[in-house]
Design a protein. Sequence first.
Lengths: 389, 389, 129, 129
Amino acid sequence: MRKVYLDHAGTTLLHPEVYSLMCEFMKNTFGNPSSIHSFGREAKKWVDEARQQVADLIGSKAGEIIFTSGGTEADNLAIIGVAAARHKKGNHIITSSIEHPAVLNTCKHLAKIGFEVTFLPVDRYGLVDPEELYKAIRPETILISIMHANNEIGTIEPAEEIGRIAKEHGVLFHTDAVQTAGKIPVNVNTLGVDLLTLSSHKIYGPKGVGAIYKRKGVRLQPVVHGGGQEKTLRPGTENTMGIVGFGKAAEIAARELDSEFNRTRQLRDKLIQGIKERIPDVKYNGHPELRLPHNVNFSFSYVEGESMLLSLDMKGIAASSGSACSSSTLKPSHVLTAIGLPYELIHGSLRMTLGMMNDAVDIDYVLEVLPGVVSKLRSFSPLANKLTV
Amino acid sequence: MRKVYLDHAGTTLLHPEVYSLMCEFMKNTFGNPSSIHSFGREAKKWVDEARQQVADLIGSKAGEIIFTSGGTEADNLAIIGVAAARHKKGNHIITSSIEHPAVLNTCKHLAKIGFEVTFLPVDRYGLVDPEELYKAIRPETILISIMHANNEIGTIEPAEEIGRIAKEHGVLFHTDAVQTAGKIPVNVNTLGVDLLTLSSHKIYGPKGVGAIYKRKGVRLQPVVHGGGQEKTLRPGTENTMGIVGFGKAAEIAARELDSEFNRTRQLRDKLIQGIKERIPDVKYNGHPELRLPHNVNFSFSYVEGESMLLSLDMKGIAASSGSACSSSTLKPSHVLTAIGLPYELIHGSLRMTLGMMNDAVDIDYVLEVLPGVVSKLRSFSPLANKLTV
Amino acid sequence: MYNEIVMDHFQNPRNVGEIADASGVGEIGNVVCGDILRVYIKVKDEILDDVKYMTFGCGAAVASGSMMTTLAKGKTVEEAKKLTNKDVAKALGGLPPQKLHCSNLAADALHKAIEDWMNKTGKGDKLDG
Amino acid sequence: MYNEIVMDHFQNPRNVGEIADASGVGEIGNVVCGDILRVYIKVKDEILDDVKYMTFGCGAAVASGSMMTTLAKGKTVEEAKKLTNKDVAKALGGLPPQKLHCSNLAADALHKAIEDWMNKTGKGDKLDG
Ligand SMILES: Cc1ncc(COP(=O)(O)O)c(C=O)c1O
Ligand SMILES: Cc1ncc(COP(=O)(O)O)c(C=O)c1O
């Protein structure tokens, strides 16, 4: 059976070059980069190189990159780190209602311990309104954390404008660029960010490693306490093999950004077009233009997402959904809720995210399989029959 | 040149079986364990197996293992997690003055935000006195965190006794077993611990992965906030390849515990004996019997540790030191300070930790090289000449 | 995640559809939580001569509906009343813990359909539970 | 960590030892911080005819002492007074940032030795800095 992996926004396979390098590294280099001896110094060299590679992907300096255990920890370090370092300056944080749980739940945690958090609404495409942001800023605002692009619906936020507004008010700006770095151009200076989150496993690097970009001079307090690693901002023996893999993945992503952008965008548009043509009663989610090149998100009336996922999986197609039943928390997607989708369409949502593993034949295969899956599930849906019979 | 790695307490190489398994896993399995589709389910199977392997190493149930990004994060999760969950019960924590910075600095952080922390002293061997612990417990004590064995001097603490005292007082007991699990028998029930920290890279597993054992029923709050992974206690996409490697390493460590214990202990005793015989003016640090089988720690009068490390390194020997200059924080070892060593001997300390990479020929080589290194440095030491000339 | 029995019932759900002249209809769930199960029964001589269901729901819901109808069909009304959500989950060989609540729809919907039939036919007071 | 020049001076430190009939001796550092550097000078006709040092210290301290003595030897006292810790670090091709403070011992100890000689010989007031 053909296998079609359409969950690249969830995680990616290792790029073959990353895989080779990691195996080579793991075989030969095991030192602790903090050690003085030759084994340690050798490991440090690799970590330093990876730091430069990651910095190059986002136009920063190597010294501004702090490696973490992933995007989630990087988001926490940025937000809690600023909150703890600046709480005497103010206690107000602005974020959006469509952030990844790593940002959203961190902000909710801060709200519980005394910070005030504004969760900005978004429009039906998932866009934050810079006007609203402007109005939300108070004298005690210390941080704006708004994602660069959304992981579910692929909408790209007006980060540059947000960066300008933040700067104008002397407020720090953090953006979660987990879904954009390596997919669309990301430059910390163009964006005007002070803090930016990266994750390795979304760009064909290993899982369990990420980074926070911290503009020189921005003060953070650590979330995790311990030894002196990563300038004491992220203590713990470095995940050297993860970092080495991440560095290589960043280098490759930068190198292949343009070609992959165009390639996946074409596949994306073919898939979107095909679904609209072949399946009735669908809703296209997210922005038509301000959209990640690899993101497709539709809701199919009358059917439930997990059932779709299972049916597709049996045909070798891997995708994801914002339905309550397909999430570990059993809650419907807060992103689809925020863009105003009714429950039925949230539960009936399907996200397909393209990447290195896909080609045009995959899209043809999906377009062949998906209509049958949807119509079978609709055939015994009480909603379909209430509404259409 | 012969290479002799004597820093196994710092970090270890990957066991060849771990290496092979990780490469195989990395090549074939990349799914996100939280995903419903076949790629995700396949990854989850591997993670589940690793969880069982780690549980088996310490006699716990798989459901009591929470994977983290390393020993440091596990220590933080245990201590901050309990403090946050139990702060209404009390605000007092007891630890020792020779903990790893991951525990020590976490406790200091809690002290800064309003908790009261007792740092128990140790005797000249590095032992905590259970009597003192007993006396330190107050009605508002919520947690005792005392390491199972010390990473610098190898002293094994009376954990079972501490466990009994904790239980008697209804206080939770956390132990950092990073240096003991896989080296000496560790069983969560025998020890009577509620929380126990593990790190993979000390037992021939990959860096950047660890675990906290949490006895069923013990409540923790997460330190890092985000998605639902690891029962929401440690969110973030799982470091699957790290976890898989850790699991295998745990399995191997359990299998080879007895033989490696005996093998390294013999090498250790040969090295200790040899140093005492060949080098004058040395001080043996740590306990003569209650000691990790692979730990050797000496102070050499009149010489500075980093100089020793560099000199040894040039001869292919990798070791570590508690001198200020060899640490990233430029502070002399708090452990050697706590056992009452004068500054000169702290700066002149040398730790050699044995493991899989060592055999008897290594020890002979070290015993051949080390006396020359020490006497050369002593030859131009103002301390040696002030005192002995 | 799901075992083979569940996957079989999900892939080939038994007794899906509507019964035009049903003796009773019961529906449980709502779009908010994401699972709806509607059951049609045809009662003849106090026996469930036919049972059909429609569902908007996850794999567990589809399979539970299928298994429930399979178990209920041919049973007397009294027997069918005693059919529990647990029985359904058990017959499916178990469900993942976080999915148990989805399977809880199936027997409940059946009981509602029976209740509907009883009300219509005046066969007695409201069924409890 | 250290470059080749530093490692060379660490491995083969120049001018280690004591001068029995030194014109001046200077010592900087203490065991608490972990670095001690003691400098002996032999002054002839206002020239540093010989400079030797002893050290208890890290690689940077050993190398800095070695480089400092190499630079100072043969210089006039006035020239030697102008020798800075920076000069030593520079001649070593640079030191890791966290090690700069160790190298700061070398020129300071030399200045102390010169001061000692000046005090002994009544050559003038305390040298500053
Ligand atoms: C936008 C966004 N932020 C953060 C994360 C978390 O990253 P990680 O899985 O590396 O913790 C993800 C993906 O999971 C994401 O899509
Ligand atoms: C006793 C002890 N605890 C904690 C740690 C920290 O573990 P990790 O390096 O995996 O963060 C170490 C080693 O570094 C250790 O020796």
